[in-house]
Write a protein that binds this ligand. Sequence first.
Ligand code: NAD
Ligand code: UDX
Length: 447
Amino acid sequence: MKIKNICCIGAGYVGGPTMSVIALKCPHININVVDANQDKINAWNGHIDNLPVFEPGLSEVIEKTRNRNLFFSTNINENIEKAEMIFIAVNTPTKTEGKGAGMAADLTYVEACARDIAKYSKSDKIVIEKSTLPVRTAEKIKEILISNNKTVNFEILSNPEFLAEGTAIEDLFKSDRVLIGGDDTESGQKAIESLVNIYKNWIEKEKILTTDVWTSELSKLASNAMLAQRISSINSLSALCEKTGANVDELSHAIGMDHRIGSKFLKASVGFGGSCFQKDILNLVYLCKFYGLNEVAEFWHQVVKINNYQKERFAQKVIDHFDGNLTGKKIAVLGWAFKANTNDSRESAAIKVSEILYKNGASLSIYDPKVQKRTIVNDIQNLWKIKNSMKEKKINIVEKFAATNDCDAFVIITEWEEFKNIDIDDAKIIFDGRNINENKNKFSIGK
Ligand code: NAD
Ligand code: UDX
């Protein structure tokens, strides 16, 4: 099928950047990114410095493509109808209630997309799972499509996204691989070919892998689990380093020089954050349990458990330093984003560490260069489940690092460049959760 119009449902951290890069590399295709959230769409259409997603290089791509062959709107029905190819890039968070709560992926948003696609489609469609989904979700999507629309032929592909936030544009330009899963039927293979032809505009043919739908879906969960596992492995060793006096950075360097192991994702830290790792591993654990593979489930669950342990262990270091009492202590929390170069705070270690410090009596001054004040306030109110925290004036969200200089201690949570050599009075205490502060490593992870 010749693709002239693409519709992407979901204008978030994946939908926005991926579609902008496809639009840049395929000027012959019109791309409509639609979302139910009007404010987000307004922001995508608004001033280039205030896009809803902060990613290095994104604004340059948007400036070249927006209103040329890339459009953002809330007009879901019309754009579904117009497109030959539809990407589903909506959120799939961990379920908070019902069967599988706290573990399984919540497919409500994906299912709503499938119902919309069935409702508004008048011609054949290739429907692509871009969201990260549990194995065999495509079957469920197909069921919804077929039972709600008997006149149109739907072909479902899985095309998981491997970009990392903070380097999304670079990752999309030079993907290690693009994975496409489809049915082994004539129409399935044709659909795969249509998608391969899009990626071929800038990705080398050898890097475009094709497989069946289930293998593709599972590869995404497995990739994230393997990456997160490395972080939990080195973080577990960081605790042992602290007890024995070994240096975790040097240990990591020594391990990583073995080319069979490799050096990436071996940096000890206060714990991984982000919207993907924890959610996808819990999803994998749920799947294993569902199939009765309890030992396998327990193996992967341990990756998340060590991550929680690391965040709590780090917060406890701060509490112990002040002899178990943070009352009257003012602590600067440096960084709210889950990693540098993003404005995303989902599952950030900052949320858990700060909560523990606050609930042990500390006053907090929180500073992040990119996360909006509104996001920090929402995180605190929604996740700490405390009322009137802001009114008590025990939590201040500040707009400049300089505004934290009256604090007794500094806790570095995000590896922002500007925190690397910050000038903090020698008399003050630094707890470095990312091992980044070269000048003052007073209390670093693993040291
Ligand atoms: P996000 O929350 O940033 O964006 C999702 C968007 O979908 C939201 O703007 C929401 O309003 C919209 N939406 C939800 N339901 C809708 C509906 N029925 N109709 C229209 N719009 C709807 O999420 P994200 O970070 O972009 O992640 C999307 C998916 O991609 C998830 O499955 C995630 O696991 C996966 N993923 C994310 C990353 C990442 O780095 N964030 C990387 C790879 C894969
Ligand atoms: C991850 C995957 O890397 C990406 O392929 C997938 O598509 C989405 O999930 P993301 O969460 O955006 O990407 O960022 P990533 O670079 O993986 O970092 C995740 C977390 O791990 C961050 O909190 C980061 O600080 C932490 N991390 C990373 C470490 O603590 N140590 C490391 O060595 C590497």
